[in-house]
Structure formats: structure tokens, C-alpha cells
Design a protein around this ligand. Structure first.
Ligand SMILES: [Zn+2]
Length: 319
């Protein structure tokens, strides 16, 4: 079996792993990103960590097919670097893929983390066997990746499928992307927490502040806890979230005609509380002919999705 190295770059951690061509993570490790200290130190420590991992697992770099790197976007794919990512200020232009590739003497490519996750879920996870698949991650923001006819849709410069920035309301709140009323401003974990806090500040009676240990500490997880405990405000916030998600997913279904939407990210911890009503709303709002062929399923790769997705992109590039 062939192997690659996968790197998952995030604002707080930089994970890496040796991944087999069936998607199994043979060995993995991580270092702190310390993003505000710049890219050189983080990339250096991740390279050192991956070298140790190879040595301790009995692998030689020459025996690997290549390197894949998943990173928050936007990216300059051709130059292998971050290009203005809000999570990685000061990183723009640093040749992440070039440095890592050079260190191991292997071809290295960088992809947007949600796009890499889409390739990972398509090859090894809940999207396997669905050639027209959309991956959506619901976490602090909303990310997306689109597989068309079995291939990742990268777009003109590798930044396709910023699904979190579909406009749901032209009069909505401003978004760091420069737009207004973006999908992620209503339905991400951050947005759920924000709407709950705003309602508490406006004096809505609720047990959420007590659950969280203060109104400013409420997260999306507390909203879910409150929902399970019968809190009225939590139910209102959640129902509204499902409504936004249903509208956003309907746009995705009508645009890409997917046979499956795979949903990952922290908000999916809600399980059937999310998937039951989301399926009903999204498929109800989309064109019936497109809804009829679309299934919506939880992601299959769990916490390994970053490293496995990056690896999946390396396997795709090597074939
Ligand atoms: Zn936006």
C-alpha cells in the first residue's frame, strides 16, 4: 500500500499524519501553530514533528508519494501559500507548500481546508460512492467543498465553494469577507452563540446564562443543552438556525444538484436534533426534482478529517 504525508494547518494547531491509500491514519502528531509568531517557526516545527513521526514509524520520506496540506483560505494555490486568511495574519506569501515539499524531497500541494475535507469525505468517508457531493462544515464559520463528476471543483484560482458566504439577506450584518448577511453570519456555531447572547442581553428569560456560567459565556453547545432541557429561548434560536440552514442548503442543492451533502463540524454534535429537521427544511425548499436525488448525511471522518483530507488531495495529485 502507498502512503502520503498530510498536514492540517489551523489557527491554533498544526497537525500531521502518515496516511495510507485506503484512508487509514498510520501515525499522527501535532504542534502548536502559535500563529501570531509567524509562519517560519510553525512550519519548521511541523516539519521536525513529521520527520520524527516518519522515523519512529519506520518510514523513509523517499517511499512516500507526496505531501498534501490543508489550510484556511483564501490561498494562492500556484505559489503554495496563504493569501489574506483572517485566521493567519502575517502569513500571506510564505511558501508553506514549497518549504514542506523541499524538506521531504516530495511534491507538495496546498488546498483550502474545506475543499480538502470534501476530497477526504469523497474518497474515504460519508461521500464515498456519491460523485456529485457537497461537503459543508458547520463550525466557527461555514466552509464548503464541491465534488463534480468525481473531481474537486477548484475554480479559476483554487478558491471555489466559499459556501459560508452565500448572501441570505442583503440587509444583514456585515461580514469580514466584505459582504452582508452571509450564510455563516446566521448558521455557524459562532452565529448561534451570538444570537443567543444578544437575546439574553435584550432581556429574554432563559436558563442559558445559568447553564453557561454567565450570559457572555453562552456557546452553541449551551444552546443545544438548553434545547434538550426544554428552554424556550434555546428552542427559538435553534428553530431559527434550522430555518437559515434549510434556506442555505436549498440554494446549494439547486446550484449543484448533488446526490449527497456531507455535513461536518462542531455543530453536527447535535446529531438527529440537527439532521432530522435540516433534511425536512432543505429538501422542502429545494426544487423537488433536485431534492428527490439528494441525501444529507453526517461526515464520516471525524477529528481526522483535516489530515485525511490533505492526504486525499496528495493521492489525487499523484494519480
Ligand atoms: Zn461573508
Amino acid at each position: 500500500m502507498r502512503h502520503v504525508l498530510g498536514f492540517d494547518l489551523g489557527g491554533t494547531k498544526f497537525a500531521f499524519g502518515i496516511v495510507r491509500e485506503d484512508g487509514a491514519v498510520v501515525a499522527s502528531g501535532r504542534v502548536e501553530t502559535l500563529a501570531d509568531q509567524g509562519p517560519a517557526q510553525a512550519v519548521r516545527r511541523a516539519i521536525d514533528g513529521a520527520r520524527e513521526l516518519l522515523a519512529s514509524s519506520g518510514f523513509r520520506a523517499e517511499s512516500l508519494l507526496g505531501v498534501g496540506i490543508a489550510s484556511p483560505g483564501p490561498l494562492d494555490i500556484a505559489r503554495g501559500c496563504v493569501d489574506g486568511s483572517p485566521n493567519l495574519p502575517g502569513w500571506t506569501g510564505f511558501p508553506i507548500a514549497g518549504e514542506i515539499g523541499k524538506a521531504f524531497g516530495l511534491p507538495a500541494r496546498i488546498d483550502n481546508d474545506a475543499n480538502a475535507a470534501a476530497v477526504g469525505e469523497f474518497r474515504f468517508g460519508a461521500g464515498k460512492g456519491f460523485p456529485n457531493m457537497v461537503y459543508v462544515t458547520l463550525s466557527t464559520g461555514i466552509g464548503g467543498g464541491v465534488i463534480v463528476d468525481g473531481r474537486l471543483m477548484r475554480g479559476a484560482n483554487g478558491n471555489a465553494a466559499e459556501l459560508g458566504h452565500l448572501t441570505l439577506d442583503i440587509k444583514g450584518p456585515p461580514c469580514p469577507c466584505g459582504g452582508r448577511g452571509c450564510f455563516e453570519k446566521y448558521a455557524s456555531g459562532t452565529a448561534i452563540a451570538h444570537r443567543a447572547r444578544a437575546a439574553l442581553a435584550a432581556g429574554h428569560p432563559s436558563s442559558l446564562a445559568a447553564l453557561a456560567g454567565g450570559p457572555d459565556k453562552v456557546t452553541s453547545h449551551h444552546v443545544l443543552q438548553g434545547l434538550a432541557a426544554g428552554d424556550t429561548l434555546a428552542k427559538e434560536i435553534w428553530d431559527e438556525t434550522i430555518e437559515y440552514l434549510g434556506r442555505g442548503f436549498a440554494v446549494i442543492i439547486n446550484t449543484f444538484n448533488p446526490d449527497r451533502i456531507v455535513v461536518g463540524g462542531g455543530v453536527t454534535a447535535a446529531g438527529d436534533t440537527l439532521f432530522g429537521p435540516l433534511r425536512k427544511k432543505a429538501l422542502g425548499y429545494a426544487f423537488p426534482r433536485l431534492a428527490a436525488v439528494c441525501t444529507i448525511a453526517p461526515a464520516g471522518l471525524g477529528g481526522d478529517v483535516g489530515v485525511v483530507g490533505a492526504a486525499a488531495c496528495a493521492f489525487e495529485a499523484a494519480r
